[in-house]
Design a protein around this ligand. Structure first.
Ligand code: NAD
Ligand code: TDX
Length: 339
């Protein structure tokens, strides 16, 4: 039995990982989370207190990070500023948390020769042509587009350098877009579901041809656990579940599943620098570690996610108004930027 330190465990992907670990292993978990606007204690409510502790704090607090790394067996690093749109209007926290925060953590794991798994994104590779057969692999060159993806790319590079120069025992995973319970309502799928539940029309950026490669967050958790337990130190594993869909199709499916006409949405100003398409080739993860996704039917996974948001209004209602106010301000700034 191990004691895991999970940074960013009160966020979407981190909280799902904590639930997954407590349900499927004997490990104990300590979460370190700053509880920014994106972190939520309620996502971790009701967990067994003999196996789970939440520490409110910043990954840039070096003495705190040092103490927590010293007292645990392995760290899984999810903490990040994660939203592309926010990174376009205020990039600074992305540099502080994603780059400097990862550096702070690396120095602690280096000091204690501790095991680290760094959670990253397929956005570090930039984007692919629409309709091309090409997919990202572990050897695709880095070509990030946004302040968010470039800060994640920088953090991956720091991890690789600490592995090579200092022998840090780290692995990296780069996943495609996750969906499922506990995702913040600023993100595409929960934003549209909660819009419909509030009587607001869904908002599609541009013409909606942009493609994302969707994976259920529980499949992502299982993959991260597989890499932590069986992955080779120093290696990178890409995580994806063959879930390519364009945004227009996703919005139309949400509307249809919620009993509304498929065209009852608005087209709004496109995201500047909007990546066209992401697609993951996860052959290495599947063949080397024997991982397979359980959620292979996207529409069924989406239906379950819609039901989760229907059933958990007290979880998302407090953040919905603030999120839509941020979007209103964001759109005004975009209008300024684009003239
Ligand atoms: P999220 O925004 O929902 O959660 C981020 C969490 O990190 C929050 O709980 C927040 O409070 C915490 N945090 C932020 N700054 C912190 C700091 N300085 N110190 C401590 N905690 C801090 O994000 P998410 O979608 O859950 O993403 C988690 C990780 O997974 C990120 O590293 C992201 O790059 C990666 N990832 C996400 C996806 C996706 O589709 N959501 C896909 C691939 C990779
Ligand atoms: O209202 C919207 N309308 C819309 O059309 C929003 C919020 C988004 N979109 C589009 C933009 C993207 O093409 O939907 C797509 C998905 O958008 P996001 O949910 O913002 O995700 P994305 O930018 O693809 O990044 C996500 O996946 C990779 C996560 O936020 C990242 O943290 C992760 O690294």
């Amino acid at each position: 039995m191990s004691h895991l330190l999970v940074t960013g465990g009160a966020g979407f992907v981190g909280a799902n990982f904590v639930h997954h670990v407590l349900a499927h292993t004997d490990h104990r978990v300590t979460v370190l989370d700053k509880l920014t606007y994106a972190g939520n204690r309620a996502s971790l409510a009701g967990l067994d207190p003999t196996r789970f502790t939440l520490v409110e704090g910043d990954i840039n607090d070096a003495p705190l990070v040092d103490q927590l790394v010293a007292g645990t067996d392995a760290t899984i690093h999810f903490a990040a500023e994660s939203h592309n749109d926010n990174s376009l209007t205020n990039p600074r926290p992305f540099v502080d948390t994603n780059i400097v925060g990862t550096y702070t953590l690396l120095e602690a794991v280096r000091k204690y020769d501790a095991r680290l798994h760094h959670v990253s994104t397929d956005e570090v590779f930039g984007d692919l042509e629409l309709g091309s057969p090409e997919r990202f692999t572990e050897s695709t060159p880095y070509m990030p587009s946004s302040p968010y993806s470039s800060s994640k790319a920088a953090s991956d590079m720091l991890v690789r350098a600490w592995v090579r120069s200092f022998g840090v025992r780290a692995t990296i995973s780069n996943s495609s877009n996750n969906y499922g319970p506990f995702q913040h309502v600023e993100k595409f799928i929960p934003r549209q579901i909660t819009n419909v539940l509030r009587g607001i029309r869904p908002k599609l950026y541009g013409d909606g041809r942009n493609v994302r490669d969707w994976i259920h967050v529980d499949d992502h958790s299982a993959a991260v656990l597989a890499v932590l337990e069986r992955g080779r130190v120093g290696e990178t594993y890409l995580i994806g579940a063959e879930g390519e869909r364009n945004n227009k199709d996703v919005v139309e499916t949400i509307l249809e599943e919620m009993g509304h006409p498929r065209d009852a949405y608005d087209r709004v100003t496109d995201r500047p620098g909007h990546d066209l398409r992401y697609a993951i080739d996860s052959t290495k993860l599947r063949t080397e570690l024997g991982w397979q996704p359980r959620f292979t039917n996207f529409t069924a996974g989406l239906r379950a996610t819609i039901q989760w948001y229907r059933d958990h209004e007290p979880w998302w209602a407090p953040m919905k108004i603030a999120s839509e106010l941020r979007y209103a301000a964001h759109e005004l700034r975009l209008d300024d930027m684009t003239g």
